[in-house]
Design a protein around this ligand. Structure first.
Ligand SMILES: NC(=O)c1ccc[n+]([C@@H]2O[C@H](COP(=O)([O-])OP(=O)(O)OC[C@H]3O[C@@H](n4cnc5c(N)ncnc54)[C@H](OP(=O)(O)O)[C@@H]3O)[C@@H](O)[C@H]2O)c1
Length: 226
């Protein structure tokens, strides 16, 4: 792993991933919207920035060229298939040998065996429905994006994040195959550690074609069940 691309580098998760990737000595290329380039000012001398929307296929093709790993922040903004467009472009243009790591939330299920709390069901079904109606976010498109990834024969990992909080790193989150597993009960991860898990996954072959659901390693449920 020498050169990595971060798609959605200027967001909160993206900037943490840039820092972790630089800390590991990787050469870093980042894609972010034109209006967000200045958010990457602290890293300007240490990375290459390719400005553009993350579902712009020509932008993604240029950015992932020659990269051994691609870290993609999958976000379901708007109503123009932003998530699935982003995922498809990465799947189509990443180098065949590249490790592909995608972020999403617990609401994504690979095999339908996840067990969800009423709170998650409410957020996805009711709040998600309203948000789609007003054109704000389209969770269905994030599901579509992940279905395409799951069907792909690339070296993908879909990292499913719990609720997030800010704060100093507590270390690498723990994970489980299914939401509802006791180790995940605390449903909280520091965003900086979500990013750490994404970056560490690049070199963890055990996670190839898996969709780990993560939780902070210092949360009560993680400590009780490790
Ligand atoms: N928030 C949570 O509680 C939570 C929980 C579990 C999992 N996750 C997952 O974590 C990942 C990061 O989410 P986050 O909430 O932490 O946010 P984030 O890291 O700040 O990422 C938001 C991303 O969306 C982009 N964006 C914002 N508005 C946009 C628009 N109108 N059109 C296109 N792109 C836009 C941002 O780019 P700019 O810098 O250009 O604005 C940024 O790259 C996602 O995959 C999410 O599914 C989040």
């Amino acid at each position: 792993m020498q050169k990595v691309c971060i798609i959605g580098a200027s967001g909160k998760l993206g900037k943490y991933m840039v820092q972790h990737a630089l800390d590991k000595g990787y050469e870093v290329v980042g894609v972010c919207r034109e209006q967000s380039v200045e958010k990457l000012d602290p890293f300007i001398d240490q990375m290459t920035i390719v400005p553009g929307r993350t579902n712009d296929r020509s932008i993604v093709e240029k950015a992932v060229s020659g990269c051994d790993g691609v870290l993609t922040v999958l976000v379901p903004w708007g109503t123009d298939n932003y998530s699935s467009g982003t995922a498809q472009a990465v799947l189509d243009f990443a180098e065949p040998h590249a490790r592909l790591i995608f972020s999403c939330g617990w609401h994504i299920s690979r095999d339908g065996k996840d067990v969800y709390s009423w709170k998650i069901k409410f957020l996805v079904n009711i709040a998600g429905w309203i948000a789609k109606k007003v054109g704000y976010v389209d969770l269905d498109d994030q599901v579509e994006a992940c279905d395409r990834i799951f069907a792909s024969d690339t070296k993908w990992t879909v990292v499913r994040g719990s609720d997030l909080e800010e704060g100093e790193s507590q270390g690498l989150p723990v994970w489980s195959e299914h939401v509802g597993d006791p180790i995940l009960e605390s449903n909280l991860t520091r965003r900086i550690d979500f990013a750490l898990f994404m970056v560490e996954a690049l070199e963890n072959d055990e996670l190839i074609q898996k969709a780990p659901a993560i939780v902070g390693c210092q949360t009560p449920s993680a400590l009780a069940h490790q």
